[in-house]
Design a protein. Structure first.
Length: 262
């Protein structure tokens, strides 16, 4: 097991431990100092691992596109970590924008997650386009499917009284994260579909998990329970899935270059 896989595994174990302990009520509160310290350490491990993977890519290739993919993945993680900090709600402020959505501070994190996941989308697109070029009808079908799925998901979970700010940002994020999740199909199709290498399957799984994690936030944390949210249980469940996703997708650049070198 190489160091990059080991570091991702350690971050994943930390997320499992924290999430399981939280679900079973071993933490006194979601804002506990020990809990927060473990979360920060987990994010630091991921960031260090992503930087190490980027360094590996720069060492093994001078191809600009391959290097861009590595940098985009790392920049995506940095922005998502900023979004995580917002979601920690360290100031313990609720109902910031109205009296309907208790955890509406989560909408503020969209300012980081949308550009963060957009960079990840571009990285996957570059990794795919480096091997095949898709026809226009394929792109149109992809965009149409993304828009339809995101609109349906948002329609069934949103609360109209949430206010324009929360609705606009969460709706935008619904489209972006859906597009990221569906890129898993594009990635698998690029790398010989069912015959794709295991690493490609794992990165694709990470893209799907990213969409699932954010769907849980919208459905059960922001809009769930009539705006009260199913808190803190959903926080811990989301953390496990979200970190699992990040542990996988940061390997995209290395998987892409390894496949091409192989």
């Amino acid at each position: 097991m190489n160091k990059h896989i080991t570091l991702s595994f350690l971050a994943w174990l930390a997320a499992i431990f924290l999430g399981a302990a939280g679900i079973y009520g071993l933490w006194p509160s979601p804002q506990g100092k020990v809990l927060l310290a473990i979360e920060i350490i987990t994010l630091i491990i991921l960031l260090f691992n992503s930087a190490s993977i980027t360094r590996w890519v720069y060492k093994h290739t001078k191809n600009k596109q391959q290097r861009y993919i590595a940098l985009l993945c790392m920049a995506s993680l940095v922005l998502c970590i900023c979004g995580d900090v917002v979601n920690f709600n360290l100031s313990n402020q609720y109902y910031r924008y109205n009296e309907v959505i208790k955890h509406d501070y989560l909408a503020d994190s969209v300012w980081f997650f949308v550009p963060g996941y957009s960079l990840l989308f571009i990285a996957v697109l570059l990794a795919s386009r480096s091997l095949v070029m898709y026809p226009l009808y394929y792109v149109a079908a992809y965009l149409g499917g993304t828009l339809l799925i995101s609109l349906l998901c948002f329609y069934f979970m949103h609360i109209p009284e949430a206010g324009y700010y929360v609705l606009l940002l969460t709706g935008l994020h619904s489209f972006v994260i859906t597009s990221v999740g569906l890129m898993s199909l594009v990635l698998l199709n690029t790398y010989r579909r069912l015959n794709a290498p295991l690493g490609v399957w794992l990165v694709s799984l990470g893209l799907v998990l990213a969409a699932i994690a954010d769907a849980l936030i919208g459905l059960y944390w922001i809009y769930g329970n009539s705006g009260e949210g199913y808190f803190p249980q959903i926080r811990y469940i989301n953390w496990i899935i979200y970190i699992s996703s990040q542990c996988l997708v940061i390997h995209l650049a290395k998987i892409n270059i390894t496949y091409k070198l192989g």
